[in-house]
Ligand binder design. Structure first.
Ligand code: SF4
Length: 280
């Protein structure tokens, strides 16, 4: 059965509500193309979201979906995958959802190695609620809640997920559209917790507060700071400042949660059978 992007996107819901130049639409298209390219049918796909501009992404997918509370997209995804191991489960989040309110769920989903694909469109602020500071707002940058500069250092999300045990970690930008689709395809194909960060832009709030110009200028500036990971890691630390690596940053085979849990279930059933004298 051939699956196309048209099967994945709900034409009756388009055009989407995101501002002109927002990166979220680019990410939405890449996710839809990746899923269709893999030939996964919509009835076998579940998309979970929380709150925030990118939390509206599930509205546009003709898949199963669960739109829940702020920061809980990965908690919902974990429960769904635990009871539906054959489903393809994606959590689509912004940085507020994934790393700020939902930071705890992010590290534990990575640690558990649930077979979920987490996609974070990281635009360094809470867009939907008015451009507030998030855990990925760079230090000294302005937001609606840090008018004179953010006093806090930001999370490097890929390093955070790697440190928590994530088996597949990748990063890209809205400029690298084809690479984004390939990375998302690889992440969905990976068995275990896969994480893709898209360093995005919110021209309406973050860009305006920091006088970074329009969306084209912001994407161009992001592109200038993105360096292929092989080249990036060869640079001395002082030359890495102000830049970030893109591509697959880490990929290793690990036993996923469902495989381990299935073995534990078998052991428990065997113990029960023995304790009941073989009648259970
Ligand atoms: Fe995108 Fe920012 Fe507009 Fe939200 S407020 S849709 S994140 S540009």
């Amino acid at each position: 059965m051939t699956v196309t992007i048209a099967d994945y996107l709900r034409q009756d819901k388009l055009p989407h509500l995101w501002c002109g130049g927002c990166s979220h639409g680019v990410v939405l298209g890449a996710v839809a193309r990746a899923l269709a390219g893999l030939g996964i049918t919509t009835d076998k796909t579940v998309i979970t979201t929380g709150i925030g501009c990118f939390g509206k992404a599930d509205d546009y997918f003709a898949t199963h979906a669960l739109h829940g509370t702020h920061g809980r997209a990965l908690a919902f995804a974990s429960g769904i995958k635990a009871v539906g191991p054959d489903l393809t489960v994606l959590a689509l989040m912004g940085d507020g959802d994934a790393a700020t309110i939902g930071g705890n769920h992010l590290i534990h989903a990575a640690r558990r190695n649930m077979d979920i694909t987490a996609i974070v469109s990281n635009n360094s602020n809470y867009g939907m609620t008015g451009g507030q500071c998030s855990a990925t707002t760079p230090i000294d940058k302005k937001t609606s809640t840090s008018q004179y500069g953010n006093p806090e250092p930001s999370f490097d999300l890929c390093s955070l997920v790697l440190g928590a045990g994530g088996g597949f970690v990748a990063r890209t930008t809205p400029f690298h559209v084809r690479a984004m689709e390939k990375l998302i395809t690889a992440a969905i194909s990976y068995r275990g917790f896969s994480f893709v960060e898209i360093v995005s832009c919110c021209p309406t709030y973050y860009g305006r507060y920091n006088r970074e110009g329009d969306a084209a200028a912001m994407v161009s500036a992001i592109k200038e700071r993105a360096v292929n990971k092989d080249k990036f890691y060869q640079l001395p630390p002082e030359e890495q400042q102000g830049y970030f690596p893109i591509g697959v940053l880490h990929s290793e085979e690990k036993i996923d949660f469902n495989t381990r849990y299935q073995k534990i279930q078998q052991k428990a059933q065997e113990a029960l059978r023995k304790s009941s004298g073989g009648t259970a």
